[in-house]
Ligand binder design. Sequence first.
Ligand SMILES: [Ca+2]
Length: 334
Amino acid sequence: MIITKFFCIIFGTLQFNVYEANDIITHEFEIQKFKRYEASAELMTLYGIRSMKICFAKCAKEANCVRVNYQKSAKICELIDLSEGTSTCSVDTEWNHGYLRCKNHNNKDCQTLRENDCWKNGVYLIQPDPNQPAFNVYCDMQDGGWTVIQRRYDGSAPFYNKTWNEYKNGFGDPNNEHWLGNNNIHVLTTSASYEIKFDLMTPNNTWYDATYSHFSIQDESGDYELSIGSYIGGTAGDSIWPNGAMTTNTRLNGMKFSTTDVDNDLTSISCVNHFNGGGWWYESCAYARLNGKYSPDGIYHQNQDGVTWYQLTHIQVGDKPSLMATTMKLRRSP
Ligand SMILES: [Ca+2]
């Protein structure tokens, strides 16, 4: 018997379309064809398992099961738990396939999942801090494993009138429009150093982006005060002005979070309510307001609605556009 060992990453991950209606468990797994994941003595080996799907189901019942190997001819199912600590798998002609369980087991963030060959965009369970509960996030895998904290594209989830507690706990559905929640954003952004990327779509269906070197927020006792780093680049242009260089009094960096019912901005009015701006970090106030009231016609009706990013929405003369889609997403700083 010749067993040739290679790292799976050399071959990449191949999709295996085993999804069937209502077969969510099967859908959690991604295949490594004709490979077997390495396992130590901590491996649980099950015999007499008649099908790959039963093997998946056994894994799904184990909270720590993250990978399986299945050998159809011998009816052997190997469950591999988190403590194995490696996703290395090897070509093994005796075994049918190794499978990686991407959903419903804890990973630090979407980047970790991506590095472990999970590559489908979608909702995953992550646990950035082992001392805090795990939570679901939308992962943008195809752009390299970004953890999404905000996503808007059709106006189905109103952002502008949400309260402090709603922003605190999050709202919407991670599969659709949503705000992850300030508590979870705090846990994530203080578990490591993160950069942030904004994806922004204008009414003519063109996407722009802007990346900043750092993004973190304090906890609730610190009013979720924002720390955002310098503009790294992108096609959208800088509208956060971390240092307040471009226009005065519209910085986000160092500002506390405000909502329709809690005014922490630095002006006598409520920026949230004056602009229907939604929960955000305002000085007095801000030209980047990605949680503002959604404008379905793509026109910024001043002080009534508008999802705005100065460099895309406020430079032009006359009617100003309101963004049609936005995503805020985080990845660990390189
Ligand atoms: Ca105020």
